[in-house]
Design a protein around this ligand. Structure first.
Ligand code: MRU
Length: 349
């Protein structure tokens, strides 16, 4: 995607260095974070300098390749330990584990094979997102208002994104659309990142409080909802950013189509249902404090809750397949039912 007239990917690797757009500095500052070794790439995933299922998948693949490059010849445990470390950064996004496994196995042949595999995972992620955009665009009619939750745009992938990719295609094809971006407390990926992306692309949008979705749906303002996913179980249950489940229930109540957009690398056939998906629990400070820019232009963290309060901070929830209209994948738009999902993998397995 273009930023200041330069074409960027969210994350890329040159030599042994992984480069990524620093998403903790956005939307206030556009800067590139450099991770010179696999530990620094792990840090970037853990601290959410890079986030979003596909982007952390690509970063984890690059981290695995970095570890394989760094491995001293006489220490066979180095790469195994590195893999464990990378896989312990964030538990929910399937793409992270998909990438580490693929690069780890390629590394059994050679360092070069591991690097090629990591680059291919990133390229494939961008290509899949593009296809999701082209297919998803067919569902969007001229004049539609679309609600989305969190950020499943190009910042959450290597390029294009998933939930936002059909929106980019619709806009490019001349359809008049309006996007309602849930702010997505506590970290505000909607208000910060989705809004930044849409503004950058010149697409009309409004940020809405997380609590406003039901009201807008009840007044007929929303034609469809598209969100991303971090892991999809074999039965079609989908884990996505906390708050998604609530939106899906409300959309169902008002008979509004609710789509999940995700590449097949997010589907985990080893997970029978959403009950088996591990939900990340993040630091309570993300709920108790907010970070933003003050009027003088300094980025500050401020307390926004009663001093001394405790909080809980589950980062994801699971939407049951019964509430999902369809899943938009790079292999087609499917009903979220076991047999349909398994069919997607027929040629791969
Ligand atoms: O915690 P994050 O920001 O890494 O959350 C992941 C997400 O961006 C969302 O859940 C998103 O809607 C789907 S993944 C692109």
């Amino acid at each position: 995607m273009r930023v200041n007239n330069i074409e960027y990917r969210t994350v890329w690797m040159e030599g042994a260095t992984v480069y990524m757009i620093d998403q903790n500095r956005l939307p206030f500052e556009f800067s590139i974070f450099k991770a010179g070794n696999y530990s620094e790439t792990c840090y970037s995933i853990k601290s959410m300098i890079i986030r979003g299922a596909g982007a952390i998948g690509a970063a984890a693949g690059f981290a695995m390749a970095q570890a394989i490059m760094q491995a001293p010849g006489k220490n066979p445990n180095f790469v195994d330990k590195a893999r464990q470390e990378i896989e312990s950064t964030r538990p929910t996004a399937r793409n992270l584990f998909y990438a580490t496994e693929k690069v780890f196995l390629a590394g059994k042949h050679s360092r070069e094979a591991a690097i090629i595999e990591a680059q291919q995972i990133a390229d494939q992620d961008a290509q899949d997102s593009r296809t999701i955009g082209r297919l998803g665009n067919e569902l969007i009619q001229d004049g539609y208002s679309i609600e989305t939750h969190c950020n499943a745009g190009w910042l959450a992938f290597v390029d294009y994104g998933t939930a936002l990719s059909p929106i980019y295609f619709a806009h490019k094809s001349g359809k008049k659309i309006m996007v309602y971006a849930d702010e997505t407390r506590p970290r505000g990926q909607g208000a910060r990142l989705t809004a930044w992306e849409l503004k950058n692309a010149g697409i009309p949008f409004r940020i809405i409080p997380d609590t406003a979705g039901a009201f807008l749906m009840s007044t007929g303002k929303i034609d469809m909802m598209i969100v991303g996913a971090d892991r999809i179980a074999a039965n079609g249950d989908a884990a996505n950013k906390i708050g998604t489940l609530e939106k899906a229930i409300v959309a169902h109540h008002f008979n509004i189509p609710f789509y999940i957009a995700a590449p097949t690398s997010t589907i985990d056939l080893s997970c029978n249902s959403g009950k088996e998906i591990i939900i990340e629990e993040r630091n309570a400070d993300e709920v108790l404090y907010q970070t933003g820019m003050d009027e003088e232009g300094s980025i500050r963290k401020i307390l926004v809750s009663a001093p001394g309060s405790a909080a809980i901070n589950p980062a994801f929830d699971v939407t049951p397949a019964s509430l999902i209209t369809s899943i938009i994948t790079e292999k087609g738009i499917i009903r979220p039912k076991g047999p349909e999902i398994k069919k997607l993998f027929k040629t791969d397995t």
